[in-house]
Write a protein that binds this ligand. Structure first.
Ligand code: SF4
Length: 366
């Protein structure tokens, strides 16, 4: 690990001073992927791109949980609605369209889909409606999966038989690995890694980036000055030719991660292959309920066989999520696809790259 610059730069100083330092030390071209949708939105909202030297190009990655949820996975949730189940999930999932509508449009048709502010809301719905089957649609990365694990353990402890979980949780490191080795993205010179995922996982799961691929990798928080610190550390490593895994997220990220959360994940889930929208199946990148909790696995309970869905015609979310194109390169951007009438999930989600470009990008460097 190399924390030298991180310590120096966490001395008091404004984001603009950090940006000025970054401009001073950046000499050769460098493309950096910010993996997480929260980083993408913060970068746009704060105007960080305008502070960067021409040598640095930012590429948005696949870290929007709603965006990477495969069409077939949403289809499975809708099929359960149509069978009469109550489907509970996070609000961002509701407007994501698939061929058969969305959780939101289905609700308008009279089906019972409900927005949750947290996984435990599904338990409350199940307890209030003992005669109904209640299914929690669990999506997101290592940040939301522990809450689903707690839900499952609590449902088992209280023997709540009318609750089950459609677990489409995904793990970040396998997707980052795919992108690091993707020949089409060979121009990538470093990764800005999500602080909240690393709070759970710790350092080790991303250590393959410098070790195996020789790429700088820096864990950063979501405030503009933390993002700039992270970028400066990536630039420093790039210019020095000594890649490392570093953190500028202060004490929030312990090298070993959150042991309690990791233990909950291990107790409840097992690793499986998962289908990522636009990327395809990534081996060992998803979490399904383990054997002990099969009775709460909605795929088992309702005999669901997942099959990859077909993306909406013309939608290029897959290329957006892998940094191959930017949203203005999609012919539907701002024409047929807007936040009010989204064609794909990258426009729906508050963390989606297309939505961020729509709200914040007014031309210039993309
Ligand atoms: Fe899909 Fe709309 Fe983004 Fe185009 S602009 S990639 S249609 S979400």
């Amino acid at each position: 690990m190399n924390f030298a610059l991180s310590q120096e730069m966490t001395m008091p100083g404004s984001a603009r001073e950090t940006a000025a330092l970054l401009r001073r030390i950046s000499r050769t071209p460098l493309s950096v992927m910010e993996v997480c949708g929260t980083h993408t939105v913060s970068i746009f909202r704060s105007g960080i791109r305008s502070l960067l030297p021409q040598t640095i190009r930012l590429v948005s990655g696949p870290g929007c949980p709603v965006c990477v949820t495969d069409q077939g996975e949403i289809d499975a949730a809708i099929s359960l609605l149509e069978k009469g189940a109550v489907v509970v999930s996070y609000g961002d999932m509701f407007r994501v369209p698939c061929g058969r509508g969305s959780l939101s449009s289905k609700r308008a048709e009279g089906y019972d889909s409900r927005i949750a502010s947290g996984a435990m809301d599904a338990l409350a719905v199940a307890l209030e409606n003992p005669e109904r089957e209640v299914v929690f649609l669990g999506v997101g990365f290592e940040t939301t999966a522990p809450a689903t694990a707690v839900l499952v353990e609590e449902a088992a402890r209280r023997n709540v038989c009318n609750l089950s979980v459609l677990s489409f949780h995904k793990m970040t490191p396998p997707a980052v690995r795919i992108l690091a080795q993707d020949p089409a993205l060979l121009g990538l010179g470093g990764f800005l890694l999500p602080g909240h995922v690393s709070v759970i996982l710790g350092h080790e799961p991303f250590a393959f980036l410098p070790r195996q691929f020789g790429l700088p990798a820096v864990i950063a928080g979501f405030e503009p000055d933390q993002i700039l610190l992270g970028l400066a550390e990536i630039v420093r490593q790039h210019e020095s030719g000594i890649p490392a895994l570093s953190s500028v997220y202060g004490r929030a990220v312990r090298p070993e991660g959150n042991l309690k959360a990791k233990a909950a994940l291990e107790r409840v889930f097992e690793v499986r292959d998962a289908s990522w929208r636009g990327i395809g199946v990534i081996p060992e990148s998803g979490l399904s309920l383990g054997k002990k909790y099969r009775a709460f696995d909605a795929e088992v309970k309702f005999g669901i066989t997942l099959s990859p869905g077909t993306p909406p015609p013309g939608c290029r979310c897959g290329e957006i999520l892998t940094g191959r194109i930017t949203p203005p390169e999609c012919p539907l951007f701002r024409t047929k696809c807007t936040p009010a009438s989204p064609v794909g999930p990258c426009m729906v989600s508050s963390e989606g790259t297309c939505g961020a470009y729509f709200r914040f990008f007014k031309g210039g460097r993309s």
